[in-house]
Each structure stands twice: as C-alpha cells, then as structure tokens.
Design a protein around this ligand. Sequence first.
Ligand SMILES: [Zn+2]
Length: 211
Amino acid sequence: MKKIVVILLGAPASGKGTFKSQIIKYLEKKNLKYTAIETSSLLKKKFQKTIATGDLVNDQDVIEVVKEKLATTEKVVVLDGFPRTLVQAESLLSLKSFDFKIIKLEATKEEIIKRVEYRRICPKCGTTYNLSKKDLCPKIIGICDRCTTPLTKRDDDKNISKRLDIYYQNIKDVEDYLLKLQNTTFCNFDSRLLFTSDAIEGLLKVIVPTI
Ligand SMILES: [Zn+2]
C-alpha cells in the first residue's frame, strides 16, 4: 500500500504549525505511526544565511533535501512548507510511491501580519508565545516562563512582508497545477477554525478516510 503524504499549504505564519500539531494529535489518538516533515527546519540547518535575509533556497536544493527525507518515513507523512513553487510541486507529485492529500490553510494577509506582530519566541529553549492570546501569553511580559530568558521576535518574522510577497508570487501556479491533477485530494481549511478539534477531525475523515 502507498504511503500517504498530507501536504499542508499555507502562507508563512498562516498557522501551519498549530494546524500540524492538531493533525498529529489526531494521528496519535488513532495510534498511527507518522513522520512530520517541517521543511523550513530541514533547510535551516543547511542554508541558514539565505533564510535569514528572507530569500528562498533554490528549488533544486529544497527538492533534494525533501526527497532524501521522504525516503525514510512512516506510513503517514505530514509535510509542511513544501512545495512552494511549481518546479517543486511537479517534482514531488511525480513520485509514484505516494498517495498525496493536499490541504490548504486559508488566512488573509491582514490576519497573518497581526499574528506575526504579536508572536514572540524564547531564543534559548524555543518556546513560542502570542501576546494577543491570553492562553499563549508569558506570565511576565517579555520573559520566558520556562527559562526566564528575554523573549525576541523570530528572525524570519522580521521579513514577513518580503516572505509573503514571494509566497503569493509562486503559490498561484502551484495551486493551479495541484488542482488539475487526477487522483489527489485538495481541500481548503479556514485558519479561524484551527482550535476547533471537531473541524480538524471532520476534515481528516474526509481527506484521509482510511486513517
Ligand atoms: Zn525559554
């Protein structure tokens, strides 16, 4: 049986991290083995300088890193941050040993900018906070709850406008291509429903009825 790859599409800071953790929670509840691939983390290790300037790593390098990772996965793969360009999409979908399920997280540019404005990270332990949400706020403003390190903005959040521009330039072609494909499922999901577990479960039952 083919491995299932759940592809999460969505702009930077549209909530894909939260979305992914909700999906993982569901898979764990069902006792399913999975591999979560966060493309940006894979790339950060190898291409730190390019990413810090807000530019994208070139297609061939990204494709190579992701394909390498896909070769050693569990039956269900949750893929975040890939594909972002048409070349990447064509390369991924040409892999015949996988069954692709595509979910696009919808968020407006205004919602994204607002989310980023309030997002903080602990540079020491990596805990993330959001100052606009009561339950995601640190107990003392500006200080990490876990290790008392002063909080900062994420490096890549400082370039959010540039990253969004590049994202929107490329994603239209990717979506048009993915929508035309036979034998793949494509769904939209409203990011405002991210914390509604019923909505997430409902979506997953539709998109991956076999898991
Ligand atoms: Zn910390």
